[in-house]
Design a binder for this molecule. Structure first.
Ligand code: SF4
Length: 215
């Protein structure tokens, strides 16, 4: 939480996740796998222009047409299958019209298990959906989290996703969605601005607390 406050002071409040609805968050969480966000935005624009940003519209599209719309996001055939699988899951759960109502169908660990059973939904994607689309208190672990935590000397490289998540969760106030939302956003801001593959430590707000920077 000390690091959280330092980052909040440095970067201010973050507007995250960039989407216009919970369903858009879910779609973005699938499309952002292994690609930059600017490519996701192009695919989202395509879906929007085709009036296909709903569960029913996506399931109604022929597979080839959906794949063409998703093409800018890369790995588009794989993502076509994954997005259709997610939409079928939401339809089966009876929340196709209002996917955010999934949050009312159980405790988040059960919902997480359900999402992880969907083709192509891994831990990071499931947790992004839980936190950002469903407003549930789940910490998202991504490549920025691992890189920054490792360099700070807080996380070992060999830890699994679940171990990293549990390690961070012990530091956070329980059931606090805004803190988890903001922390992930702040780590992304730090990872993009300073803690890049080649880090810019000189002006990094965590410089004085970082094992990597201390050499
Ligand atoms: S001081 Fe350098 S290595 Fe440490 S968090 Fe900042 S950018 Fe990353």
């Amino acid at each position: 939480m000390t690091l959280f406050r330092v980052l909040e002071e440095a970067f201010g409040a973050q507007d995250w996740w960039p989407a216009q609805s919970p369903f858009e968050v879910m779609v973005g969480a699938v499309l952002t796998q292994n690609t930059a966000w600017r490519n996701v935005e192009k695919a989202m624009d395509n879906l929007r222009a085709a009036e296909a940003l709903s569960v029913a519209a996506i399931l109604a599209l022929p597979e080839g047409e959906l794949a063409a719309l998703l093409r800018p996001s890369g790995f588009y055939r794989i993502k076509t299958a994954r997005l259709r699988a997610l939409c079928l899951f939401l339809e089966r759960r009876g929340v196709a019209v209002a996917p955010e109502k999934l949050a009312a169908q159980g405790e988040w660990p059960d919902l997480r298990r359900g999402l992880l059973a969907v083709h192509g939904i891994g831990e990071e994607t499931a947790d992004s959906i839980l936190l950002y689309a469903l407003n549930l208190p789940v910490m998202v672990v991504d490549a920025y989290t691992r890189r920054i935590g490792g360099r700070l000397g807080l996380l070992d490289d060999h830890l699994s996703y679940a171990e990293v998540q549990a390690r961070i969760e012990t530091e956070l106030p329980p059931a606090d969605v805004p803190v988890r939302n903001m922390l992930h956003a702040l780590l992304v801001a730090l990872g993009k601005g300073y803690c890049r593959p080649r880090p810019r430590c000189d002006h990094c707000p965590l410089n004085a607390r970082c094992a990597y920077s201390a050499g």
